[in-house]
Design a binder for this molecule. Sequence first.
Ligand SMILES: [Zn+2]
Length: 133
Amino acid sequence: MTGTVYVTAGSGSYHTDLACKALDTARLNSRTGKVRVIPADEATAQQRPACLVCTAPAATEWVVTKANLGELWELIGPSKPYYSLNETADRAVCDGLTIREHKGLPRVVARFGDTIRHDRGRYTVHPATEDVR
Ligand SMILES: [Zn+2]
């Protein structure tokens, strides 16, 4: 990889588009709110993943992780973070992504470890096996 890329403390990914919505969300989530420009080689050396929104090749399947949740939220139009009550912590914690009802499909939750597939505007969720989660 050559040239420069954009990174922020709010995300582990590197971005190639300064106008990327996921980069902006990560910037807002970081303490400093700063976007840094680094050499692309440095991002490679740090083993940063390519942003799913502005940099990674278009995909039709993603495994939901804590690291890519914000990017999937930007990428998948009918979605929002999913929260459930963690009784041990006595507070709501983020467990994954809610895919809102769309194209005749009902609302469904993709928890961390589950796979989301995209086909002709329809998003479906395929649960991980328990040992993966
Ligand atoms: Zn991006």
